[in-house]
Design a protein around this ligand. Structure first.
Ligand SMILES: [Zn+2]
Length: 88
């Protein structure tokens, strides 16, 4: 006797890895599983995704062109490195 992972009712296993009592529960259960997996993934990588949105491509403060004066370029680069928490 096994317990259906979806509806919780008892059923006889037809094969060893069977987790649901019928096709309906199997389908719905798998759907639920996928949803849970996706939300787990989301929660695990939430912070990473957040950083990516914050510091994604094209979000840099450095301009396409170099500053005329070296000191300004240096300050811009240093500011950018501090912002991105890069240590030289
Ligand atoms: Zn069931």
């Amino acid at each position: 006797m096994a317990v259906c992972k979806f509806c919780g009712s008892e059923f006889d296993k037809k094969h060893n890895r069977q987790m649901y009592c019928n096709e309906y529960c199997s389908k719905e259960g798998e759907k639920e599983n996928r949803r849970k997996r996706r939300s787990k993934y989301y929660h695990r990588y939430k912070n990473v995704m957040h950083e990516e949105t914050k510091y994604g491509l094209g979000s840099g403060f450095l301009s396409m062109h170099r500053h005329e004066e070296d000191i300004k370029e240096l300050i811009a680069v240093e500011n950018e490195m501090r912002r991105l928490k890069i240590k030289a």
